[in-house]
Structures are given as C-alpha cells and as structure tokens.
Design a protein around this ligand. Structure first.
Ligand code: SAM
Length: 322
C-alpha cells in the first residue's frame, strides 16, 4: 500500500512537468509541411506556462496554421481557452502571432474529457501536447476514438502497454524524430528539490531519459531500412525457453539472412520500418498483445536458460522468404 501511494504521488508530480521550448522546437519543426492550414489543439496545457502554446503562437505564420486552440486545466476551478485564428489579425499589423490571442471562459475545468473540450477536439486536425502520464491510457483511447492526428510526448514504458503496443503493430503510431533515449528536459515547479540544471530564465530542469515523442503523422526515418550486416549463426542467437524466437540484444545485430521470429529490444521501435519488418508480438512476463492469460501467467517469455531478458519486440524480416 505504501509503495502504491508513493507511486501515485510520483505520477502526480510528473503530471506537472512542463516541456522545454528547445525540445518542442527540435521535434515540431520537422512536421512543417504537415501543419500547413491545420487546426492545432493543445488540450493538456496551461497556456500561460505551456511552451507548446508559445511555440505555435510564435511560429503561426511559419507553419501557415489555420488556428491554435489551448485549453487550461485546473483540478477544481472553471478555466478558459486561448485561440489564435488566421482570420483574426486583432492588432492589424499584417502578422498573426501571440498578440492576436483571444481568451474565452470555459464552463468547466478544462479536463480533456469534458464535453466542451471534446467539441474542440472534434474541430481540431492535430493534437500536440505532453499529456499527464497518470492518464496516458485514457488520453490515447480518446485520440483513437475521435480518429485524431497527434504528436505527443509519452514514456518509453508506455510502449509495452497492451493498448499502445497494438497500435505499433498495426502501424497506427510511431516514434518521432528526436532519438529514443536522448532524454528530454522538463521545467519542474520551483518547489522541486532535485533537478539537473537551471535554464537562462531561472527555471529548474529535470532530465527524463525515458521520454519520447509519439505520433501518427509521417516520420521519414521510419521509411529508412535498418542496415543489416551480420549473418545468422545458431550459437550466437539462442532461442527463448518459452517462446519460439531467437534473441538479439542490439538491433544492430539483427542477422540479414534469418527468416523466422526474432526478439529485439524495445528501442528497435525507434528504427522500425514497416516495409522492412513485421511486428509479430511483444514479450516480457507475458505477450504484450494479450496481457497475462491463464496459459502464460507466471511464465517469463523472454527467459533463456532460465534467466529473463528485458522486454522484447518480436519481429520478422519481410524481405526474406522461409
Ligand atoms: C506533463 S504536464 C505537461 C504540461 C504541458 N502540456 C507541457 O508540456 O508543458 C501535463 C499537464 O496536464 C494537465 N492535466 C492533468 N490532468 C488533466 C486533465 N484531466 N485534462 C487536461 N489536462 C490535465 C496538468 O495540469 C499538466 O499541466
């Protein structure tokens, strides 16, 4: 119980991490063509604090956006939304930017699940934000239910969730341009004791190595083949005790001539080209596609000679015929 409380407290704290402007810029500028004439919705944002809103407001004309909407969340009070619309050059200076912002009260507290926020979601083309980690599954489910394009920040642990892993298998989600395991810096509340550095504006920054961008927009790196140079030799690639696949500890060691199932680290998803490989399954304690079942409960599927490996993605090379 004490552990659960601690975990929940840590999750709640992480829900208040703010994404740094530099990390947003590094990723978002890569989607320039895909943002043209689109309505961007930041639905988990305090638009005053959020660098997402600032970034899109500053770059409204650069991206040729149609509109930006950001709703402010508060846990108990009614809040407001901010909008910038390409048709409303409020100060008539010939540019659309942060001074053309309109503020409108919301009926509720800006919870992304509220009816008024869902109406904004329906109006939007692309959702871009860093949603609260503690509500990640629910957040993703809503995006899927409304069939929305998205570019969001998640945690690499979430990729092994049954609901998210299935999206990777079906090629309905992919990692963004910022390399996996690069880690991102987040602005934390001033009261936060531990931090890695302080930025030029005096904000405390914490590095989270397991953060990654997730999207269903086009990401060109996922059309590039992983270069394979190793040849299959049975002794180098042992099979799992409880799953019919060979084990590979680094994606660079995938043999170029193996036609069967291969287990690769989760980091492979950052290099995955669906034209080159097919995702068959994900394994750890149990299959990531099914979750624990009566058959697999208590069976570690990544074991080799009784010792479990970290979670693995099971893939097959589409270009090699058995
Ligand atoms: C990880 S922070 C990121 C904040 C901001 N998007 C950014 O990246 O700088 C998650 C944000 O979601 C907000 N939030 C928490 N629960 C929410 C909910 N149910 N609906 C909308 N926003 C929520 C939190 O207040 C927090 O500002």
């Amino acid at each position: 119980m004490a552990n659960t409380n601690l975990r929940n407290a840590n999750r709640a704290k992480k829900d208040e991490f703010y994404t740094s402007y530099a990390d947003i810029e590094r990723e978002c500028e890569k989607y320039r063509e895909q943002f043209v004439d689109k309505i961007i919705y930041c639905n988990c944002d305090d638009p005053v604090e959020s660098n997402f809103f600032k970034y899109f407001a500053n770059n409204f004309d650069f991206f040729k956006l149609k509109k930006i909407i950001a709703t402010h969340y508060h846990d108990s009070k009614p809040t407001y939304k901010l909008e910038i619309n390409k048709k409303l050059d409020l100060n008539s200076d010939g540019k659309i930017d942060i001074v053309d912002v309109e503020k409108t009260p919301l009926i509720g507290n800006g919870d992304f699940r509220n009816a008024e926020c869902i109406e904004l979601l329906k109006e939007a083309d692309i959702v871009v934000t860093n949603p609260p980690f503690s509500l990640f599954r629910e957040y993703m489910e809503q995006l899927m239910d409304y069939d929305k394009k998205f570019l969001i920040i998640g945690n690499t642990n979430s990729l092994t969730y049954k609901e998210i892993f299935k999206l990777f298998k079906e090629d309905n989600i992919r990692t963004g341009y910022t390399n996996f395991n690069t880690g991102m810096y987040f602005v934390v509340p001033d009261s936060w004791g531990k931090y890695h550095k302080i930025d030029d504006s005096g904000n405390k920054l914490v590095r989270v190595a397991s953060s990654c961008w997730l999207t269903n927009l086009e990401v060109s790196k996922h059309h590039d083949d992983v270069i394979l140079y190793r040849s299959y030799v049975a002794e180098d690639y042992p099979k799992y005790d409880n799953y019919d696949a060979i084990n590979i500890d680094k994606y660079t060691e995938i043999p170029q001539d193996y036609a069967g199932n291969m287990g690769v680290p989760i980091t492979f998803l950052d290099k995955y080209n669906p034209d080159q490989f097919e995702i068959i399954d994900g394994i750890g304690r149990y299959s990531m596609l099914t979750g624990p079942t009566a058959d697999t409960k208590g069976t570690y599927l990544t074991k080799i000679d009784g010792k479990p490996k970290y979670a693995r993605v099971i893939i097959r090379n589409k270009r090699i015929k058995e």
